[in-house]
Design a protein. Structure first.
Lengths: 466, 425
């Protein structure tokens, strides 16, 4: 091992230094208090002087640490590429990427895909040197900043220092910073997906993407190759998503809704307390498990029973994926509708009973219409969930984009295509890879619209009865 | 007269209406029953496929550690490159001296896992004195043998239709008769990394990968989530800015997980140049995904603390920050922890975003840090589910059982926490 610290060790060192800063700051405050005649002359309690020191030690160093590590490998890679021989540097971006990957693998001592040549070995050596240089300088800088901060704060501690107010101000800023991460995440999603999607739409026009009836993203390797010229019409992919989601909703809406009605209107307390958590287990099962179940158990079952009836069922039928996805979504529909139904005021039910309606008549003619906006909202949320679901369709639905409404045939979905295009080695300039981001953008926009509508509908409805 | 006829009309319809009532009730019961049946069917199907994976067929070999075949075994490096495969083959042919032709020998050697020589090697590494001696060693059988013993390969089938031919079947029967073939507890499954051979594949690599990913997720998402919730619930004024944050959080909670994977790919891997397949990046993506869940749960927990606590703290002269951190937060913490555990359980089962950031590679080594290439448990399930070999089917189901056990344990912990610390004010 090299002499300098690895990042994890350094992180612990920062924490250790902060704890030291805390102890020293506290000690210092006792000392200055004793000079002016006792603790009562101190503006804040000693802990706050300690905390102030610790915060000023930890925050700048952590910021330096994380930014350094974030940009380190990018900068080092650029520096290493700059030293490569010209004929390697002038390779197209994707080939260069492969070489950089190989160099990184050499540095980590992993198996490399190509024969190592001397220039690459030299580059790997250079990379390793830069890496250890970077870590060493990071270690030095971080420790220097930490100790410097501790010493400066030590100097400024005196009985009039408003340590508590300072600490509380800093804490408030930290809290604000944490709450803005949600916004940055959204911005990050939008920008990253949009940026790559725009690059895609420069190659394939938006109109062709939105209206094309054929999806076959495999680009020809040679210009004279027959077939597979790469066509990016999203309609068949989108129709496949819709077909599978529709099947899922056909399963989950009736079952979920009836379960919710029974649980909230008929069931007694004990039954409810048993059945509700059991239903929620369905929501807690990882989707990869559903995918395995769909591919291994449900799909062959459907194919065999189709064979008995004389139907030609594909082994990756939309029906199997949709059915299992429907099961997965049942608890979403049921728990959301359950909340909505419970929010309907009892006075509406009492009124219906007083007119002589039976319980089911009350539910059908009074409770459900009253709860309808909320139920629609929960169904929309479930649809957005179905559209964005990935693992079930990756494992149980097919790859070929057929434009069909026959649930016994193979269809593909947006999420399947994203996974298919992005798993494995990617070249970052081909429309094939960029198409995944265009699909991602579409997925994000569609689910966002559904979610916003659903949230607005549910909120409106809540206000109605409040 | 007319009033009685009204009653009559009502009464006439009453039977029909009561029947409708009954039907409606039955629909409800059927709906719940059908979802529970699905649930049971899923568990039974996975359990019945997977329980056999916890046992593995082993073959007992009488191994003679012949120094002439092994060659130089004086230090660790030379032991690692010594000729152990030949030792294993020799002990097999000692067991079946009647097998002489080359093709038959190949068939015979195929009964033993290709990892058997490593088992023998490990014995020598542990105990170098055994060179020159003869020992009895249990080594894993090939997955085809394992499948046959577990009954997944039909012995009665036509020779061409099964993966073991009649000769091999005869040898296996002889091994069984002599007590040299036995099913034992499958430790490999819990201690090994991934492998192309089902009998050598284990989940430990994937479990460690998941562990490192979850550590990153927990360390980042819990403090950040709680801090964000505290700000929004206790400090923020109601204005457009906090409205935007709220809408954002609610939307992020419903964004498909694969979109977070795209974010991770574009930002963490391509922009910042972080390593592919690393638990660090997986943890970062999972953090962004889990944050909304934790924020929403933490806000609910803070809301449930009655205002009288806050007023009392302020009344005795606490500052607002002191009031929150000394009085409100400790009371809300159990609720927050429950939310965090549920969020972590969801992140543990999540697969799609990890596929995007390359945690889907075939990785044999057990990861030992946050930047080592690794997979995660659900991704391992996905990879195995794709393998055509019959031996991986039960491994997949068994890995699912392990994953579900973790999830059930986490959720049970959340329920216990909630029950234990739930306060009614």
């Amino acid at each position: 091992m090299d002499a300098n610290m690895n990042p994890t060790m350094l992180l612990f060192t920062i924490l250790l230094l902060s704890v030291m800063g805390f102890i020293m700051g506290r000690k210092r405050s006792y000392a200055v208090a004793n000079q002016v005649g006792g603790m009562s002359n101190l503006h804040s309690r000693p802990t706050y002087y300690g905390s102030l020191t610790a915060l000023w030690c930890a925050i700048p160093t952590l910021i330096i640490f994380s930014f350094w590590l974030l940009f380190e490998s990018r900068i080092i890679t650029d520096l290493v590429i700059a030293t490569l021989p010209d004929q390697l540097q002038n390779l197209p971006a994707d080939r260069l990427n492969l070489i950089v990957n190989d160099i990184r693998n050499m540095v980590n001592g992993n198996i490399v895909s190509s024969e190592p040549n001397p220039s690459m070995l030299a580059a790997a050596e250079h990379y390793r040197k830069l890496n250890s240089l970077s870590h060493a300088s990071l270690t030095v800088i971080v420790i220097a900043v930490a100790i410097g901060a501790i010493l400066v704060i030590q100097k400024t501690i005196h009985p009039k220092l408003r340590a508590r107010n300072h600490v509380e101000q800093v804490i408030k800023y930290i809290l604000i910073a944490c709450s803005t991460i949600a916004i940055f995440t959204t911005i990050g999603i939008v920008l990253s997906v949009l940026y790559e999607a725009i690059r895609f739409f420069r190659i394939v026009p938006l109109s062709e993407f939105l209206t094309g009836l054929e999806w076959s993203p495999q680009m020809a390797i040679r210009a004279d190759q027959v077939g597979s010229s790469g066509s990016f019409g999203v309609i068949p992919v989108f129709m496949g998503t819709m077909l599978i989601s529709a099947i899922a909703m056909c399963v989950s809406v009736p079952i979920g809704l009836m379960s919710a009605i029974y649980l909230s209107e008929y069931a007694n307390r004990t039954f409810r307390s048993v059945a509700k958590p059991l239903l929620e287990i369905l929501a807690g099962i990882p989707t990869v498990v559903y995918g395995f179940f769909a591919a291994l158990t449900v799909a062959p079952m459907i194919r065999n029973s189709g064979g008995v009836l004389g139907l030609d069922v594909s082994s990756e039928s939309a029906l199997a994926a949709g059915l299992v996805m429907g099961i997965m979504i049942i608890p979403f529909v049921s728990s959301l509708s359950d909340d909505v139904i419970n929010a309907v005021p009892q006075s509406l039910r009492d009124g219906a009973y007083a007119l002589g309606a039976t319980q089911s008549e009350t539910i059908r003619h009074v409770v459900i219409p009253a709860a309808l906006p909320g139920i629609v909202g929960s169904v929309l949320l479930a649809v957005s969930r179905a559209i964005g679901e990935t693992m079930i369709v990756v494992m149980a639905a097919g790859m070929s984009a057929n434009l069909t409404l026959n649930p016994l045939k193979t269809v593909t979905t947006v999420t399947v295509q994203i996974v298919a295009l992005l798993v494995g080695d990617q070249e970052f300039d081909s429309p094939k890879t960029l198409a995944a981001f265009a699909l991602g953008l579409m997925l994000f926009v569609v689910t966002l619209i559904l979610n916003v509508i659903a949230l607005v509908v549910v909120r409106k409805y809540r206000e109605q009865y409040e | 007269m007319s009033e009685t006829s009204n009653i009559d009309i009502v009464k006439k319809g009453l039977g029909k209406r009561y029947r409708a009532e009954k039907r409606f009730r039955i629909y409800g019961i059927c709906a719940i029953a059908s979802s529970l049946i699905f649930l049971a069917f899923l568990f039974i199907s996975i359990g019945s496929n997977g329980y056999t994976a916890f046992q593995q067929t082993f073959i007992r070999l009488t191994v003679h550690f012949d120094p002439e075949i092994l060659g130089d075994t004086t230090n660790r490096e030379s032991i690692a490159s010594a000729n152990f495969p030949s030792i294993v083959k020799q002990s097999l042919s000692m067991m079946f001296p009647e097998v002489t032709s080359r093709s038959d020998k190949r068939l015979l050697n195929a009964l033993i896992s290709s990892g058997a020589s490593y088992n023998v090697r490990d014995i020598v590494i542990e105990n170098p004195n055994c060179i020159g001696k003869t020992m009895q060693v249990w080594v894993p059988a090939d997955d085809d043998v394992d499948m046959l013993i577990k009954g997944h390969i039909n012995r009665e089938a036509q020779e061409g239709e099964r993966r073991l031919n009649d000769k091999q079947l005869g040898w296996i029967e002889q091994l069984e008769k002599d007590g040299n073939l036995k099913k034992r507890f499958n430790m490999t499954f819990f201690t090994a990394g991934d492998s192309r051979e089902p009998e050598l594949a284990g989940i430990w690599g994937a479990v460690s990968g998941s562990f490192f990913t979850m550590i990153v997720t927990l360390v980042l998402s819990f403090p950040i989530g709680v801090a964000a919730a505290i700000y929004l619930e206790e400090f923020a004024k109601k204005n457009r800015w906090t409205d935007i944050i709220e809408v954002n959080i609610n939307n992020l909670a419903a964004v498909p997980s694969i979109v977070f994977g795209l974010l991770g790919l574009a930002v963490f891997l391509n922009f910042f140049g972080m390593p592919r397949s690393a638990p660090l990046v997986g943890g970062l993506v999972m953090t962004l995904m889990t944050l909304p869940v934790i924020i929403i749960a933490s806000r609910a927990a803070l809301k449930s603390v009655p205002p009288s606590i806050r007023e009392a703290a302020l009344g005795v002269g606490a500052s607002q920050v002191q009031m929150v951190f000394h009085h409100v937060l400790p009371l809300a913490l159990p609720g927050m922890l429950t939310g965090a555990i549920i969020g972590m359980a969801r992140a543990l089962g999540e697969t799609a975003p990890l596929l995007m950031i390359g945690m889907v590679a075939f990785i044999v080594d057990i990861p030992s840090g946050f930047t080592d290439p690794s997979t995660a448990l659900p991704v391992q399930i996905f990879l195995w589910a794709d393998s055509p070999e019959r031996g991986f089917l039960e491994k997949t189901s068994a890995a699912i059982m392990v994953l579900l056990t973790f999830l059930i344990a986490m959720n049970a912990l959340a329920v216990i926490l909630r029950k234990k610390f739930e306060k009614r004010w």
